[in-house]
Design a protein around this ligand. Structure first.
Ligand SMILES: Cc1ncc(COP(=O)(O)O)c(C=O)c1O
Length: 385
């Protein structure tokens, strides 16, 4: 019997095809070109894909690779990709509508279309990282930006957003309260919302955000000749999971086993899987994993995450620090990796499975398994001892 924190997805089967519904969410076309375009960005560099053979042996698997997003753009999290690309897409699309021509990253950065792009004021709700990314994008292209933060976001994250020139509005509530307040104020003021989550009638920006995240999935494919057999990816609203699952599913010859990992109190994907449709989390999303503290999924991601994730699982708060420690203090010869609480969640999920015999067997993990996890954020706060 598999443990109660692990649930199979009855919709995921080997016969599942990446079709139009999936391509609408995550389109693999154009991602290689986007990676080229990003080279115009001064701080852009491919992030490392570390191999940890000693830890893999300890966990009883064949290979363990960690895509280390703590290095992204000198920014500390994969989120850097989403907000910056979505701000660019919004501006490029406005220039395209006006001039019927594509505007490159460099052109918009240089202010070549200021008469069109200068009118935009960007806004978003965020638990921290996404807001920092939208702020960075707005600054890169010279636009005003307003970020709505929930009560729990750390003062370090707020300072990092302000340091990128954005205005910050704190709401007296959680992430979902920040989303609601952002929507209300943005409608009143004519601000363009760059949200990483979708809702009825609003999906363009979240799709652009996921287009940005696909960059990391594309890099993985170019960095690892042998494809992974298992992928553990953490989810908040599901944008990261959709980009990673969608892209790898679309381009790899064989679909790996995908495992989506969430905090116990913010298990909106776990519950949605059980219900067979988008459903609220069972808890109040009170977790140290701030980036994953979501009570609702991004509905647009359902055709990818809801259908192609093989297993959904949760982790406890107590599993976060040991996982961060394991990455920070490596075994013989493995590289040290700095991770934040949300960053290490996929890896914490892997360690939970590897220490539970029934779960390990159910996921068909063994000495031949090649496992991918994503360190989605580095260490912005305290260092694990
Ligand atoms: C560090 C980190 N990891 C993972 C996630 C989850 O991403 P998503 O909300 O797209 O599922 C977030 C979201 O903010 C994050 O900040």
């Amino acid at each position: 019997m598999v443990p109660s924190w692990l649930a199979h997805n009855p919709r995921a089967s080997g016969a599942l095809k990446f079709g139009r519904d999936q391509q609408y969410v995550v389109d693999p076309n154009g991602i290689a070109e986007l990676c080229e375009e990003l080279k115009q960005c001064p701080k852009h560099a491919t992030t490392p894909l570390h191999s940890l053979p000693a830890l893999a042996a300890r966990l009883g698997i064949g290979e363990l690779r960690v895509k280390d997003e703590s290095q992204r753009f000198g920014f500390g999290a994969f989120k850097a990709l989403g907000g910056v690309i979505a701000v660019y897409d919004a501006l490029a699309s406005a220039v395209g509508d006006a001039h019927r021509a594509n505007a490159s990253f460099a052109e918009i950065m240089s202010g070549a279309h200021k008469e069109i792009t200068g009118r935009f004021v960007f806004s978003t709700a965020s638990s921290g990282n996404h807001g920092r990314s939208v702020a960075a994008g707005a600054r890169l292209f010279g636009n005003r930006c307003i970020i709505f933060l929930p009560k729990f976001t750390s003062t370090e994250k707020e300072a990092a957003i302000r340091a990128r020139g954005a205005e910050v509005i704190r709401v007296d509530g959680d992430y979902d309260t920040a989303v609601a307040e952002c929507k209300r104020r943005s409608e009143e003021n004519g601000w363009t919302i760059i949200s990483d989550t979708s809702w009825e009638g609003y999906d363009q920006a979240p799709r652009s955000v996921m287009r940005g995240y696909c960059v990391l999935a594309h890099e993985i494919v170019t960095q690892w000749r042998e494809a992974p057999t298992h992928v553990f990816v953490q989810a908040g609203v599901g944008g990261l999971a959709a980009a990673v699952i969608g892209y790898l599913w679309a381009v790899l010859p064989t679909r790996p086993a995908f495992v989506v990992v969430e905090p116990e109190s913010a298990d909106c994907w776990f519950q949605s899987n059980l219900a067979g449709k988008p459903t609220l989390a069972s808890g109040n999303a009170d977790t140290v994993m701030g980036g994953l503290a979501c009570r609702e999924i991004s509905p647009i991601t359902w055709p990818v995450v809801g259908e192609a994730t093989d297993w959904f699982m949760t982790i406890t708060e107590d599993e976060v620090m040991p996982a961060r420690r394991l990455l920070a203090h490596p075994l013989d010869g493995d590289p040290a990796i700095a991770s934040g609480p949300s960053g290490c969640a996929g890896f914490a999920g892997l360690t939970r499975v590897c220490t539970d015999e029934a779960a390990f067997k159910a996921l068909k993990l063994d000495r031949h398994a090649r496992v991918l996890v994503i360190n989605s954020e580095g260490n912005l706060g305290e260092q694990p001892a």
